[in-house]
Design a protein around this ligand. Structure first.
Ligand code: ADP
Ligand code: MG
Length: 314
């Protein structure tokens, strides 16, 4: 019997928008792109980021401490959990509707609250790098830094933002449940916002103050589910060398070796394209026949048909 092609999709910022109304609108387009892949005969598992949402939730929870002195500040791990539930709700709702609109009535959609273990000795904890939340003035930044022990950094002349650690994902705690749900034919949303970062303390999993990169979390999910393909859907149709320069060149396919070479030559911006290319390379190198594709959200169907996107192969 022919097994369906199993793919893990990683959704980026443009799939979810920056505000509540934007997200509500964006998930409709996103749901179409995902159901396109289901119509192409793929078994799909969805993972997603949470940059704007976790920042928004974090700021809302800070405001709560101003309104009510009895409320302590909310740990970042809890903010990530809230973002998983909120994004999962919108995606789950839009996917269900899109499946029904296309006469696919028998595919339940479910979001799995996912914890991901990180190594507490991960060097990322001593050099926070991921900006979250709103821009602040120098005075505001100094105040939250003092009050909540936040690390604040000036961001390209635009003001100050909180930066948090972004450790590598080591273990998906709920992987067994995710696998069972996928194998039972459910459309599963998992590892939202890169997963809730936790560290192990004996039997206790303690929330960590961090945000895991969703590109790396999706890569680990794809490996653990023995997926055939990892598809990273973002704002560009292909990956480029000399991006944004006059000699920019869009790439159709890259071997793991070629991609590693381009990484060392510095073609991919850290914090945006670099983690995607690193995740794509990691997945393509992890097993026979595994490929990764980086493409634009709206091009998912064409990409799976081999007509566009940048494909990473062994
Ligand atoms: P997401 O929210 O999907 O993770 P990001 O904005 O973090 O998306 O990263 C995608 C962006 O990376 C693209 O929209 C593009 O502006 C930028 N980028 C940086 N380097 C490259 C490159 N070499 N090729 C293509 N895009 C690049
Ligand atoms: Mg990103």
């Amino acid at each position: 019997m022919n097994r369906k092609k199993r793919i893990v999709i990683a959704l980026g910022g443009n799939a979810l928008g920056n505000t509540l109304p934007e997200q509500m609108a964006a998930v409709k387009t996103t749901a179409r792109a995902i159901v396109d892949l289901i119509e192409e005969g793929c078994e799909v598992v969805v993972a997603h980021g949470n940059g704007p949402q976790v920042g928004m939730i974090n700021n809302a929870m800070i405001s709560l401490t101003h309104e009510d002195a009895a409320q302590p500040n909310t740990p970042l791990s809890v903010c990530v959990a809230m973002s998983q539930a909120y994004i999962g709700y919108d995606l789950q709702n839009a996917l269900r509707e899109e499946l029904l609109n296309r006469d696919i009535p028998d595919m339940p959609v479910a979001t799995m609250i996912t914890q991901i273990r990180v190594d507490e000795n991960d060097p990322a904890f001593s050099s926070p790098s991921k900006p979250i939340g709103k821009f602040m003035s120098e005075d505001e930044a100094a105040e939250v830094a003092r009050k909540y022990d936040y690390v604040m950094k000036e961001d390209a002349g635009r003001g100050y933002r909180r930066v948090v650690a972004s450790p590598k994902p080591a273990e998906i705690i709920e992987i067994g449940t995710i696998r069972t749900m996928v194998e039972a034919g459910n459309l599963v949303i998992a590892c939202g916002g890169g997963g809730i970062p936790v560290v192990r303390r004996g039997n206790h999993l303690k929330g960590a103050s961090a945000v895991i990169d969703k590109d790396f979390a999706s890569c680990l999910l794809a490996k653990e589910l023995d997926a055939d393909s990892l598809i990273i859907l973002t704002a560009v149709e292909k990956v480029a060398v000399n991006f944004g320069k006059p000699d920019e060149q869009w790439l159709d396919a890259l071997s793991v070796e070629q991609a590693k070479q381009l990484i060392t030559e510095g073609h991919f911006a850290p914090g945006s394209m670099l983690p995607k290319v690193e995740a794509a390379v990691d997945f393509a190198a992890s097993g026979a026949g595994r490929t990764a594709i980086i493409t634009q959200l709206e091009k998912s169907r064409e990409a799976i048909q081999g007509k566009t996107g940048t494909v990473f192969h062994a």
